[in-house]
Design a protein around this ligand. Sequence first.
Ligand code: ATP
Ligand code: MG
Length: 501
Amino acid sequence: MSRQKTISKKNIPKNVLWTLEQLHNNGYEGFIVGGCVRDLIMKKNPHDWDITTNATPEQIIAIFEQTDRRVVYENNFGTVGIINKELEKDTPDYAIEITPYRSEGHYSDKRRPDTVSFSTHISEDLKRRDFTMNALAYDPFSETLIDKYEGIHDIENGVIRTVGNPDERFSEDALRMMRAVRFSAQLGFICETETLSSLRKNIPLMKHVSPERIRDEFLKLIDADYAVDGILLMQKITMLSLIVPELEEGINCDQGGAHIYDVFEHNLKSFEHAVNKSYSLHVKLAALFHDIGKPRSRRKANGRGTKEWTFYGHEVIGANMSRDIMKRLKFPKELSDKVEKLVRYHMFFSDPDAITLSAVRRMVANVGEEMIWDLMDLRTCDRIGTGRPKEKPYRLRKYHAMIEEVLRDPISVGMLKINGDIMIGEMGMKPGKRMGWILHALLEEVLEDPTKNTREYLEPRVRAFDELSDTELQELGEQAKHQKDILEQEEVKKLHRKHKV
Ligand code: ATP
Ligand code: MG
């Protein structure tokens, strides 16, 4: 079947076209195949390019070794990587993978085929691919689109459907179930009925899949546009109870008080805000996990105050649970450290009337300067996830201003391009009070005109001030210091005005 006009050649990088041409010029077939064809049809930019051919690995290697490309062969499925060193490493066509047409034998371990054999016909190769939308091949030179399984039709209808019988395909490789959910989260597609009921039925097979493969799919799902629907789908088909059962502890775990949602829904709504705001992966994960410790810490409030339940220490329990989940799923350490920290400290105290600068300083020290704004974003997610519409209420704005106050460099003589060491060591001055007065006098000049903050300007000024008597210099120095304190207070006031607090 062919629909020549669906894909435009100009959307295919020159490097990919060149690679196909080498195969063709040597008498072989060559098609772009799989995800990149799907993306082209959907008018998205493919992030990697796969080619399939009737040449064997040895024949592919022989062709490309004659060119200036680097040839990499280390894959027992016959894939040959062709690297174009002239391109930046992160361009999608820097490394193009060429795989010979392949048919797969029996799968006895639910993960990989027992035997792989090369085939002479493209249709054999498309048959082994997971979903109809991924079983498309295109040759831009003859404008031939091969769509044996109505993949285009399914893409147009936003449907995920296995190639062939879903029970068979999922039991061959159980990771395909997770791929189905991940694609639905990325593309906003729904699973076709038979595929969906097969998913529900075959989830237990996922225990044969390695945590690393699950992790890769799970992280792609978290970072996807329709990630919330993805988590809900996981829950619906019982996949969540296999991968992150801790999240399900929040289902029907009422919180009382101002909370209208149970813990599960609250975590999910907070996550939704993080997705909508395109926050970093670690903030999204922290939003999803932030209250995961609530069910295990929930206690009856016993009539104290107006609260029905208490959740003391849920952030500590939740941080530990998050760490265990991420360890189990083999998350990179850097990522899981960040998520754990955010979950641990999401409960910071922010009563605008009682908060002190030193409490804010401690919080910055806890999560680190580089994550303090992530923590604030998480706090907003938490708030929105409770169903309160205003993103930045007074108390968060006040906190925001206080963080900026803690982070900004104070106005001080430390800003000067000259200091006591230079004055003593290089200019031969004596240590003592006079030096402090001189530095303050210099600071006042520099605050007045920052371009004066150079060694060339300041050194002669030091010498000039040094001519003055103790009394004159003291008066000048103390006046300047007073002036600096006023300015410093002004700066802080400006910060508060900026945040309307
Ligand atoms: P992505 O956008 O994540 O790259 P993709 O569809 O390109 O999505 P890849 O993992 O790059 O996914 O795989 C390329 C192609 O290989 C797929 O489109 C599909 O045809 C085939 N494929 C990948 N993994 C499987 C699998 N587990 N079972 C069957 N076919 C697979
Ligand atoms: Mg791909």
